[in-house]
Design a protein around this ligand. Structure first.
Ligand SMILES: NC(=O)c1ccc[n+]([C@@H]2O[C@H](COP(=O)([O-])OP(=O)(O)OC[C@H]3O[C@@H](n4cnc5c(N)ncnc54)[C@H](OP(=O)(O)O)[C@@H]3O)[C@@H](O)[C@H]2O)c1
Length: 298
């Protein structure tokens, strides 16, 4: 009998559920679901259909399950509470895919496995929790990974018709461009509590430009290949085309009373700026405000 690929998914939230629904369809995989509470089903609604997949979640593990892959679908601020999972689930032969927003995704995992066993994944797949308990997947997932030895093996895990995995030789630049935009837009929307309609105001456009410029300068210092003025002009044009009701994940987290993924956004920008001896007063201010502002979170 052919040995099945043993794949663990850690964090069965929005992205973890989508990834699970994609891999579940392949008989060649034995899937393991790791979550901090019991979940009995993966529930996704996509293309006007609902998908319910019964699963058995594990909320703790005693011994290493000898996984071929561990796909980590946690938010940045969940990592501090997840080290016991990393210790138990990552064996010497386990490849690790880190699927989250931000940059330097391998860093928190380096105490648990060598760099060459990890693949960083930038995912484009808006998924929202809905009132009926289903995660609403708004489009086909697209994952970008850096061109390295593990990339093709990771790509082959997915059916290309259902999830496009792109191998990029400019991953760092792509990740930084995404971060520059999401941290700038996210901070302004999150702090104002408003959607993109506010950018009708020229003062807000100027603020967007100034925050973005700070983030781009850190990106360039960190090795991203971005032409500062061209990129900022492109982002401004893009911003002004957004519908009035467009929000951001940081705003959504604020409105839902959930912790904001600050360490993956303005927090990492402010931290790296210090490392590169750059001044980022706007990102510093945003980081302080969002660290210490309680939007009703318990
Ligand atoms: N959702 C999107 O549209 C989207 C799109 C692109 C990128 N991303 C990125 O993808 C990453 C994951 O986001 P997400 O939206 O999937 O987040 P999420 O819905 O919060 O999912 C994370 C899940 O991990 C669980 N968890 C947290 N700490 C844990 C621990 N110590 N042990 C086990 N399970 C734990 C959480 O449990 P609880 O349910 O108990 O909190 C939650 O269900 C983030 O970096 C996000 O920015 C998300």
């Amino acid at each position: 009998m052919v040995k099945k690929n043993r794949i663990g998914i850690l964090g069965i939230g929005a992205i973890g559920s989508v990834i699970a629904s994609l891999l579940h369809q392949t008989a060649a995989y034995k899937l393991h679901y790791y979550h901090r509470s019991i979940k009995k089903n993966i529930k996704i609604s996509v293309d006007n259909k609902t998908i319910t997949i019964p699963i058995r979640t594990e909320t703790s593990v005693d011994s290493a399950p000898d996984l071929d892959w561990l796909l980590i679908c946690l938010k940045e601020h969940h990592y501090a509470t997840a080290t016991h999972w990393f210790e138990k689930l990552i064996g010497p032969k386990t490849n690790v895919a880190i699927i989250r927003n931000g940059i330097n995704l391998k860093e928190p995992l380096l105490p648990f496995t060598p760099e060459e066993n990890m693949v960083e994944c930038m995912i484009d797949c808006p998924v929202q929790p809905s009132e009926n308990g289903y995660y609403r997947q708004l489009k086909k997932p697209m994952i970008t990974v850096p061109a390295n030895a593990l990339a093709i093996t990771f790509q082959s895990l997915f059916d290309a018709h259902q999830c496009q995995v792109t191998i990029s030789s400019t991953f760092k630049t792509e990740s930084w461009k995404k971060l520059c935009e999401s941290a700038t837009l996210g901070a302004i929307l999150c702090l104002s509590g408003e959607t993109c309609w506010i950018f009708k105001d020229k003062k807000l456009q100027l603020l967007y430009r100034n925050i973005l410029r700070e983030t781009v300068q850190v990106a360039i210092a960190d090795g991203a290949n971005i032409e500062e003025n061209t990129f900022i002009d492109e982002m401004l044009t893009k911003l002004l085309r957004y519908p009035n009701n467009k929000g951001s994940s940081m705003l959504t987290d604020r409105l839902n009373g959930k912790p904001i993924e600050l360490g993956a956004k303005n927090g990492i920008i402010a931290k790296l700026a210090t490392q590169y001896h750059l001044k980022t007063p706007l990102n510093d201010l945003i980081t302080i405000l969002l660290t210490h502002t309680n939007f009703g979170n318990s």
